[in-house]
Design a protein around this ligand. Sequence first.
Ligand code: CA
Length: 239
Amino acid sequence: MRNRANAIAAALVLTCLIPAAGLALVPYTQDFEGLSQRQPGALSGDGWLVYGNVFSSTGTYLYGYGPYPAPNDGAAFCQIVAGEGDVDQGTQQLVVFSDYENTDHADGNIIEANVFQEQLIGAGDVGQTWVFDFQAKLGNLEGSSTAAAFIKTLNPNAGYAMTNFITLDMTSIPATWSPYSLSIVIDGGLAGQILQFGFLNKASYYEGSGVFYDNISFAIDGMIPTEDMTWGGVKSTFR
Ligand SMILES: [Ca+2]
């Protein structure tokens, strides 16, 4: 909670420093080719965050921790890997897995590991449909582990209550690359709220939970980030 409180304070400072027009969803694209596989801060430097939730074996919520900058060391949450791609995925990919540094695995508690990007929704985004596209293939997910992709919205003015939780189950996807897509319509009540998009898994007893992801895009429906046009600080063009 303390970290979230610090994040709130940081967000408030940020809110005061940037003009209202800066509070808006911005397109994002990532193929992981330009990030250093060996740098511990490669993913956090690109804005990736992690958050853990822990449940008892019967599903009772126990505690949460984070958000923290996303690690890239192979021990917890996520890592840039190489050699898992087909033609479209190039050399490097993202793998998302459990927080195996959380020793509650040994007690049979269920660790929910979230790996995500976070943005603030502005009034100007209302009425738009934003699409989260990516490609994925199954990794070493096994046993009782589950995985999902998600778009969440959280209301900072209501104790970070979750106001949207749009998911796509990735538990039983094939071990070959396929495209996937999620979308959200930004209604008037969401202005000023936090939007997160990314991936999660639930695992226990240190069971495998890995799913590979690549070619991530977050953009207004009908737009796709490319090299052609600068838009909102990120390059985008019409699809
Ligand atoms: Ca790639």
